[in-house]
Ligand binder design. Structure first.
Ligand code: NAD
Length: 543
């Protein structure tokens, strides 16, 4: 009865929304952008996704989405109206009891199909990422692939969700199962438009939860393709919904009692706000925040292997990765290697993400570029030195004259107290700190407020062992610059880079999305004795 009532309400809310226009996406598996759009081209209106339909928003407030390489407006995204937010949450709430009743094998089958569709649409999703986010096509393919790997791992749910059972007394058995929570709200950042929504969506699905997802208002395109694929894979209407906007949308997801848990990935300010407000309302929240990742190099490291790894990790994706290396810690004489590092960094090609020769693209927007310039200038005033200056770089083609480009930049003479060291810049800017010993390096890293990632480069196993045991960072790489674990493990950023108790994906992800239930049953095998049992009023101890 309750389910029927829920579905009737959701249908009523949806039909109000559905009288509006339904749309389809502008790209398909065989037709997607391979170059930047031209100025004056009509921007695409980003739809919402509710009950497996793309719906044109009735909003009067739309935000422009700029191609970061040209700053042309490529699409617009709405601030979803209160009615649209209500329709999405009501749809997810109504779908929950239906989806939860799907057998695990059926949900697993849909997950397999979803994986197949993601793979078929990988280049299509990557192309939209290049257009809206700016990263290079090959890097965007990596963005999708890292999300796809989470979806692949989620197909193992028939093992991961196995309960526990024990005969606790003669003919009495306790089993512990894990049940889904209900509607999960996901709030995503701009820098990984496919990977981050896919950090949680596949597990939300296979564990039997439903979702209302808010992609970043700067890069919603990839998420919407993912939504289309979820529906094609056979997920019933209402299980996955997508809404848009800024604070109003986030506040609705936090405050609505039908949303049982929130996952957030983004910057410190929003993350702290969402974590504190959500937790105060009794919701489960997992929040991945900002970072400042150090790479420590010891004199016995393989020099060229280290330089290649460093430059890729510091400047790839224009430094806009939460696991980008943003601080190099040179130990002892490795400071002599700086000239070679700068020489190779200066060879990296900065340009359009659609140009296969580009190693890195532009920053997300002019605000980010201006802030980066300010941090560099403030740091120089405070005594820092520029070893490599990427400011003012523009690719040769005229159409990129207004793009948010910054070439690799290296700043030395920094340390705590200087902005280039203290703040997450999120740009292709590497700060260099020189220390004398491995212990000095460990002290520096452990005193930094963030704990997302750290790497050490060395050819000594015992130095690596010494370092990994003493370093207080959640993800440690030994001769690996970006040590993000594959999804059979969890993303284990720590300290100032994470708020919550259970991390994204892996075992912790499944635990976050489910709650335990124990069922204790007694089925007597010896029915003859049954009649001599008398009622017992003492506390059962089940011996
Ligand atoms: P952001 O915090 O600006 O935005 C993230 C999301 O929060 C967006 O959907 C946005 O609409 C919303 N939001 C922003 N400000 C808000 C506010 N005041 N109230 C409510 N909602 C708000 O982050 P971003 O710029 O999109 O992403 C970059 C940041 O994300 C970096 O700090 C990066 O380190 C971090 N990040 C962290 C991880 C990780 O796993 N630790 C991964 C990716 C990105």
């Amino acid at each position: 009865m309750l389910n029927l009532a829920r579905r009737t309400t959701a249908r009523a809310v949806l039909s109000a929304v559905r009288t509006k226009t339904t749309l389809s996406l502008s790209s398909t598996v065989s037709s997607f952008p391979t170059d930047h759009t031209k100025p004056g081209q009509e921007p695409y209106l980003t739809p919402s996704f509710i009950n497996n339909e793309f719906i044109k928003s009735e909003s009067s407030e739309w935000f422009d989405i700029h191609d970061p390489a040209t700053n042309y407006v490529v699409s617009k995204v709405p601030q979803s109206t209160p009615e649209e937010l209500e329709a999405a949450i009501a749809a997810a709430e109504a779908a929950f009891p239906i989806w939860k009743e799907y057998s695990i094998i059926k949900r697993q089958g849909i997950a397999f199909k979803f994986v197949q569709l993601l793979r078929e649409n990988l280049d299509r999703i990557a192309s939209v990422i290049v257009l809206e986010q700016g990263k290079t096509f090959v890097d965007a393919q990596g963005d999708v692939t890292r999300g796809l790997q989470v979806a692949e791992a989620a197909c193992n749910i028939t093992n991961d969700l196995k309960g526990e059972t024990l005969e606790v007394s003669t003919d009495m058995e306790t089993k512990m199962i894990r049940e889904p929570l209900g509607v999960i709200g996901s709030i995503c950042p701009f820098n990984f438009p496919a990977m981050v929504p896919l950090w949680s969506l596949p597990l939300i699905l296979v564990t039997g939860n439903t979702a209302v997802i808010k992609p970043s208002e700067r890069v919603p395109g990839a998420s919407l393709i993912i939504a289309e694929l979820v529906a094609k894979a056979g997920v019933p209407p209402g299980v996955v919904n997508m809404v848009h906007g800024k604070h109003d949308t986030v506040n609705k997801l936090i405050e609505d009692p039908r949303i049982k848990a929130l996952n957030f990935v983004g910057g410190d300010k929003a993350g702290k706000y969402i974590y504190e407000k959500g937790a105060a309302l009794g919701k489960r929240v997992q929040a991945n925040l900002g970072a400042k990742n150090h790479l420590v190099v010891l004199p016995d490291a393989n020099k060229q292997q280290f330089i290649n790894a460093l430059n890729g990790a510091a400047f790839g994706a224009a430094g806009q990765r939460c696991m980008a290396i943003s601080v190099l810690v040179t130990v002892g004489e490795t400071k002599e290697w700086l000239a070679d590092i700068a020489k190779d960094a200066g060879l990296l090609k900065v340009g359009s993400g659609f140009d296969p020769k580009s190693d890195l693209g532009p920053l997300i927007n002019p605000t980010s570029l201006t802030r980066t310039h300010e941090i560099i200038e403030d740091s120089l005033k405070a005594g820092a030195k520029l070893l490599l200056d990427g400011r003012g770089y523009k690719p040769a083609e005229e159409r990129f004259a207004n793009g948010n480009f910054l070439a690799p930049t290296i700043i030395t003479n920094v340390g705590p107290g200087i902005r280039a060291y203290d703040e997450e810049i999120f740009a292709p800017v590497l700060a260099v700190v020189n220390v004398d010993t491995i212990d000095d390096a460990i002290e520096l890293v452990n005193n930094n407020k963030y704990g997302n990632g750290v790497a050490i480069f060395t050819s000594s196993g015992s130095s690596a062992q010494y370092f990994t045991k003493r370093i207080d960072v959640g993800q440690v790489g030994v001769n690996v610059p970006i040590p993000v674990p594959l999804p059979m493990f969890s993303f284990t950023g720590s300290r100032g880079s994470f708020l919550g108790d259970l991390n994204f994906y892996g075992k912790a992800g499944v635990t976050f999305l489910t709650k335990p239930k124990t069922i204790t049953s007694s089925w007597k095998s010896n029915l003859i004795d049954e009649h001599i049992l008398k009622p017992s009023t003492s506390m059962p101890v089940q011996q």
